[in-house]
Design a protein around this ligand. Structure first.
Ligand SMILES: Nc1ncnc2c1ncn2[C@@H]1O[C@H](COP(=O)(O)OP(=O)(O)O)[C@@H](O)[C@H]1O
Ligand SMILES: [Mg+2]
Length: 272
């Protein structure tokens, strides 16, 4: 009988990885990883390209098999968790925007967690989609083709698909990539509100400044856990150097953190 993730004890972590190893055939991505994410957390995973962030998310989602170790969600082994209890927003760069579907159809796909697609929505399902679309601000474009909406609306459409089953855990792979800064802020504020509604959120991002200003918790990752904690304590030269190598500078000004690439401004003059 699949588990429904009903434990609300703050003592039970939303995600617990014990001694987890991940690989693609002979290529080891990370080994012996132990990581806990508290229930109710709003956490961002940062780290360089190809360091294993997406693989880590896929392992937590149970769609990439571990080669060793255990993955538990709210103390249930991940392979026993009922489909739909985890919402997932994939990297939107991997979506084919010419695929012939409307916003409403994309959101409705979230309802079919057992692989069976019933071609008609019930009145109740349609009302549920309308309510959620209204909450996320895509109710005006429900009948639009997905190629015919903005980047922010695309992100909200896939967010609605992930939320349609009322998940306890929401996982997003790079939700701030490929959209402008205003949309990034809107998406992160929206996620903040969703988190306040009681949903644990775990996302990956390349935008360290967005993490510093919007997220209460950061996980620095590079083929293993480097450090995790509040951005103010975690974003130090030492930890970011361990995570990324020596290419980052941190500026602290009037209570704000600004994280920048340390490549000097005259780099292009010297390397035409
Ligand atoms: N489907 C796959 N098959 C083989 N290797 C993969 C696959 N997906 C990712 N990898 C490799 O695993 C490593 C980690 O990738 P990934 O988890 O996508 O990193 P990130 O999300 O941090 O960019 C990379 O070396 C990547 O090339
Ligand atoms: Mg990735």
């Amino acid at each position: 009988m699949p588990a429904t993730l009903h434990s609300d004890s703050p003592l039970v972590p939303a995600v617990k990885l014990t001694g987890v190893s991940a690989r693609y055939e002979q290529n080891v991505v990370f080994d012996d990883l132990c990581l806990e994410i508290a229930a109710g957390q709003f956490a961002g995973i940062v780290g360089p390209t190809a360091c294993g962030k997406s693989t880590l998310l896929k392992i937590i989602l149970g769609i990439h098999a571990v080669s060793a170790g255990q993955v538990e969600l709210y103390s249930y082994p991940v392979n026993t968790v009922r489909p739909g209890t985890i919402g997932y927003v994939p990297q939107l760069g991997s979506v084919d925007w010419n695929f012939p579907v409307t916003v409403e159809e994309v959101v409705s796909m979230g309802l079919y967690t057992n692989g069976c697609i019933w071609p008609w929505l019930s009145k109740q399902e349609r009302a549920c989609i309308r309510d959620l679309a209204h909450r996320l601000g895509v109710n005006d474009c429900l009948q639009n083709h997905i190629s015919d909406i903005s980047g922010g609306q695309r992100q909200r459409t896939f967010l609605a698909r992930a939320l349609i089953n009322n998940p306890k855990l929401l996982i997003l792979d790079e939700p701030t990539s490929g959209v402008d800064i205003k949309t990034q802020h809107e998406v992160l504020h929206l996620l903040g509100d969703i988190n306040k509604g009681g949903i644990t959120i775990l996302l990956t991002t390349h935008d360290l400044n967005a993490v510093a200003s919007h997220l209460p918790w950061v996980i620095c990752f590079n083929r293993g856990l480097v450090a995790q904690g509040r951005p103010n304590t975690i974003f130090t030269n030492e930890i970011l150097t361990k995570t990324y190598g020596g290419d980052i500078v941190i500026v602290k000004s009037e209570g704000h953190l600004l994280i920048a690439n340390s490549t000097p401004l005259n780099f292009m003059d010297e390397h035409p």
